[in-house]
Design a protein around this ligand. Structure first.
Ligand SMILES: Nc1ncnc2c1ncn2[C@@H]1O[C@H](COP(=O)(O)OP(=O)(O)OP(=O)(O)O)[C@@H](O)[C@H]1O
Length: 402
């Protein structure tokens, strides 16, 4: 199993964690030595793609960002574009720009684009350290309580799907995201929208409640697309046929073949052009490990409580769970562990809950049955003995089939 690991192969410590983006390996080594000596953990990325992947996979607290990653490039455009992408994913992320050739003008442009500060290369170790520590201190409270990375990605399976989603994000293509309930379809749809060129917020629609289509174009995210009425499906297909059409991101827990049967063929042609499928959480051990660590840290900070200890055997149990509600189930389980300070696996819980419910149900059914028999099935007298109103007793009789 591939737990959250930093470059040295150690399990990633909870915090603080820096991400240093620079294509120059010597500079990376110097930064690593400096920060590790000071007790800070540091991840490195040598270019934009790697940086975004690291950011999506690890709970990064601060980024140090060089602005040029291609040999000979000094204008800083690559770095500015990456800065904007990072801030889409993590709007509160503190980013310090580290600039060499590009100089002060580009550093100022980076500050305008959302960087919190900048340092010039070659840097002074003490000053850089003080700047990083000061920034971390200032940001820690708000960052720890609010920031939840857009999407945690650790398994190769999810990484491939997210890479494909990111590639499609900048197009205007409508698409369908399929996958079991709670697997992350809505989160992925939001990420696609956030990485697109669309400035307006996406319109969220529940297909089963949708009786009219929004005005204008923009991005429309439909939950449960298969529940859209036949009439609305035709209207939506008409809108997608138009020259100036909205972008529709349709979500469904049904698979593609099923949707072919359920959706208007014209609508399916538009939406089914490209499809993304998220796999069930069970079987994505790397994601279970990364998500558990992330949710633990997130909920401990959010509720101001200590993180319950996560050991190897606990992780193994989590990886063996069926996760019928997928990531939503894991998230709830971890939040409960933080709130109660104790762990219970989903299967322990699944066993525990029905058993208790069964005992209560059995007891109640048998009390009611005894009272009814005793009074010759006279409901008024049985209800009086049980301390219930007649309607309440009728409801229970119906529930227990008496
Ligand atoms: N990779 C992930 N990283 C972080 N959080 C995740 C991830 N995947 C899912 N979640 C979280 O799990 C919960 C369920 O995700 P989401 O609502 O996107 O699922 P869904 O597939 O759209 O569910 P449904 O089909 O039931 O509507 C949300 O709280 C979401 O933030």
């Amino acid at each position: 199993m591939n737990a959250i690991r930093n470059e040295s192969g150690e399990s990633a410590p909870p915090a603080p964690c820096l991400l240093f983006v620079d294509d120059d390996r010597d500079v990376q080594v110097a930064a690593r030595l400096l920060f590790r000596r000071s007790g800070l953990d540091i991840l490195s990325a040598h270019g934009a793609d790697e940086a975004l992947t690291q950011l999506a996979s690890f709970p990064v607290d601060l980024v140090l960002l060089d602005l040029n990653y291609t040999k000979g490039m000094t204008a800083g455009a690559e770095g500015l574009a990456l800065l904007r992408d990072m801030l889409v994913l993590r709007p509160d992320l503190p980013v310090i720009v580290v600039t060499g050739h590009s100089g002060v003008t580009i550093a100022v442009a980076a500050m305008r684009a959302g960087a919190v500060d900048f340092v010039m290369k070659p840097w002074n170790n003490e000053r850089l350290l003080a700047l990083v520590e000061g920034t971390l201190k200032k940001c820690r409270a708000c960052q720890a309580s609010e920031a939840e990375p857009a999407l945690i990605v650790a398994s190769d399976d999810l990484r491939r799907t997210v890479a494909e989603a990111d590639r499609l994000a900048v197009t205007r293509a409508s698409l369908i995201i399929t996958g079991a309930p709670g697997v992350g379809k809505m989160l992925l749809a939001r990420r696609i929208h956030a990485l697109s060129y669309e400035d307006d917020p996406a319109v969220m629609l529940r297909a089963e409640d949708c009786e009219a289509l929004p005005e204008g174009r923009g991005t429309w995210i439909f939950r449960n697309i298969e529940a859209l009425s036949a009439r609305m499906q035709r209207r939506l297909a008409d809108r997608l046929d138009a020259r100036v059409a909205p972008r529709v991101i349709a979500l469904s827990s049904r698979d593609h073949a099923n949707l072919e049967d359920m959706l208007d063929p014209r609508l399916m042609l538009h939406l089914g052009m490209v499809g993304l499928t998220l796999s069930p959480l069970h079987g994505r051990a790397d994601d279970i490990v990364a998500l558990s660590a992330h949710f633990l840290r997130y909920f401990a900070a959010r509720h101001g409580l200590a993180e319950p200890r996560m050991d190897e055997s606990r992780l193994r149990l989590l990886c063996e769970e069926e996760w019928s509600q997928n990531v939503r189930g894991l998230r709830a389980l971890v939040e409960r562990a933080v709130l109660t300070g104790t762990w219970e696996t989903a299967s322990e819980e699944a066993e525990a809950v029905p058993n208790t419910a069964l005992t209560l149900r059995d007891t109640e059914r048998s009390l009611i049955e005894t009272a009814l028999r005793k009074h010759g099935f006279n409901v008024t007298q049985a209800a009086r003995e049980l301390g219930l109103t007649r309607p309440a007793l009728y409801r229970r009789m119906a529930r227990y089939g008496l």
